[in-house]
Write a protein that binds this ligand. Structure first.
Ligand SMILES: NC(=O)c1ccc[n+]([C@@H]2O[C@H](COP(=O)([O-])OP(=O)(O)OC[C@H]3O[C@@H](n4cnc5c(N)ncnc54)[C@H](O)[C@@H]3O)[C@@H](O)[C@H]2O)c1
Length: 332
C-alpha cells in the first residue's frame, strides 16, 4: 500500500485531502509544524510535528513512514501579509518547500502533488482563466507559489520526481460528515466570516460594490474542499499510473458574487448577515473564475458539491458544531 506524506495536513485543505486519501486506501502520515494547523485536524492519523524547511526531519519522516508520494499543502497564504512580509513568505513558502524537495530528492519519493493557486495568474486578461493564461502574480504569495512551480521541472530532470501542480480557486465548505472544517486565525475567507456575522460576530466587510459585475461585488469561484481533496487523490493516481507532470486549474467554472454568498448564508442559516461597505482592496480583480476543462478531461474530475448553498450548508454544519474552532465543541 502506498504511503503518502501530507505536509500541511493539519490545515484546512490538507486535512480533508488526508481523509480522502485514507478513504481511497492510502496510508497517510501528516507532517505539520502546527503554525496554522490544529492537532485535532489530524483526526487520529499519525502526525509528525516538524518544519518543511528542516531537511533532516522531513527525510526522517519519509524514511520512517516509507512514503513514496508527497502532497505538499504546507504554506502561508494570507495575501496582505505576504505584501507586508515578503521575505517571511519567501522563507516559508520557497525556502521551506525547497527544504522538503531537497529531502525528497535522494529518497524513493516518485510523486509530488503541489498546492498552487489561481494567484499565479495575477490580474486576469480574460475569464474564465485556463492553464494557458500568462502567469504574472501581483503579490509575494502568488510569486512564492510560481517559484516552486518553476523549480519542479528541474527536480524531475535531475531526480525523476514527477509532479502535479493544482491551481485552486477559492477553497470553501467543510467535510460533509462534519468531522473537519475551516479554522483560520484570523479568518480571511468570506464564507466563514459571513457565517460568523450571521451568529452576531463582526459585520462582514464587502470590499467594493462598484465593480463591473451584475451586482457590483466581486465574482469568485468557490470550490468545495472535498472536491479539492478528490482532485488530489485523482492527481496521485494519475502519477502512479505513469502520467506525465502536469498543471491543472481546480474550480467549478461558476462565479458567485459576494452578495450571492451573503444571500446563500442567510438562506442556509435562516439568519440575517450584518455587513458593511468597505473600499476596494488593491489587487482584487473584479472577476476570477476557472476554466477547468483540462482536469475534467484528463483526470475525470467533477465537482460534486458545486452549489453555493451546498458549500455554505456544509460549512455551517461544522461552524455551528465548532463555534470556536477545533477541539472546542458547542455546548449543545
Ligand atoms: N484556502 C484556499 O482558498 C487556497 C486557495 C489556493 C491555494 N491554497 C493553498 O493550499 C494550501 C493549504 O491551504 P489551507 O487553506 O489549507 O491553509 P492552512 O493554513 O489551513 O494549512 C496550511 C498548513 O501548513 C502548515 N504549515 C505552514 N507552514 C509550515 C511549515 N513551514 N512547516 C510545516 N507546516 C507548515 C500550517 O500549520 C497549516 O496546518 C496552501 O499551500 C495554500 O497556499 C489555498
Amino acid at each position: 500500500m502506498t504511503t503518502v506524506l501530507v505536509t500541511g495536513g493539519a490545515g484546512y485543505i490538507g486535512s480533508h485531502a488526508a481523509k480522502a486519501l485514507r478513504a481511497a486506501g492510502y496510508d497517510v502520515v501528516i507532517y505539520d509544524n502546527l503554525s496554522a494547523g490544529h492537532r485535532e485536524a489530524a483526526h487520529g492519523l499519525p502526525l509528525v510535528e516538524g518544519d518543511i524547511g528542516d531537511v533532516a526531519e522531513v527525510r526522517r519522516a519519509i524514511r520512517q513512514s516509507g512514503a513514496t508520494a508527497v502532497m505538499h499543502f504546507a504554506a502561508w497564504l494570507v495575501v496582505p501579509d505576504s505584501v507586508r512580509d515578503p521575505l517571511g513568505y519567501y522563507r516559508n513558502n520557497v525556502s521551506g518547500t525547497l527544504g522538503t524537495l531537497e529531502a525528497i530528492a535522494p529518497e524513493a519519493v516518485q510523486q509530488f502533488v503541489f498546492s498552487s493557486t489561481c494567484a499565479v495568474y495575477g490580474e486576469p486578461r480574460e475569464t474564465p482563466i485556463d492553464e494557458t493564461h500568462p502567469t504574472a502574480p501581483i503579490n509575494a504569495y502568488g510569486q512564492t507559489k510560481l517559484a516552486i512551480e518553476h523549480a519542479l521541472p528541474h527536480l524531475e530532470r535531475a531526480h525523476g520526481v514527477r509532479s502535479v501542480r493544482l491551481r485552486y480557486f477559492n477553497a470553501a465548505g467543510a467535510d460533509p460528515e462534519g468531522e473537519l472544517g475551516e479554522d483560520h486565525t484570523p479568518e480571511i475567507h468570506v464564507i466563514p466570516r459571513a457565517l460568523d456575522a450571521s451568529r452576531g460576530g463582526a459585520p462582514l466587510e464587502v470590499f467594493g460594490e462598484d465593480y463591473p459585475t451584475p451586482d457590483g461585488t466581486c465574482l469568485r469561484d468557490y470550490v468545495h474542499v472535498t472536491d479539492l481533496a478528490d482532485a488530489h487523490v485523482r492527481a496521485l493516481r494519475y502519477l502512479e499510473g505513469g502520467g506525465a507532470s502536469a498543471t491543472y486549474n481546480v474550480g467549478t467554472e461558476r462565479p458567485s458574487s459576494v452578495r450571492e454568498v451573503i444571500a446563500a448564508v442567510e438562506q442556509v442559516t435562516g439568519r440575517g448577515v450584518a455587513w458593511r461597505s468597505a473600499p476596494r482592496r488593491p489587487g482584487d480583480p473584479a472577476v476570477l473564475y476557472a476554466a477547468a476543462g483540462k482536469i475534467r478531461r484528463e483526470l475525470g474530475w467533477q465537482p460534486r458539491r458545486a452549489e453555493l448553498t451546498t458549500i455554505v450548508s456544509d460549512a455551517w454544519n461544522w461552524h455551528a458544531k465548532h463555534p470556536r474552532g477545533f477541539g472546542r465543541q458547542a455546548a449543545r
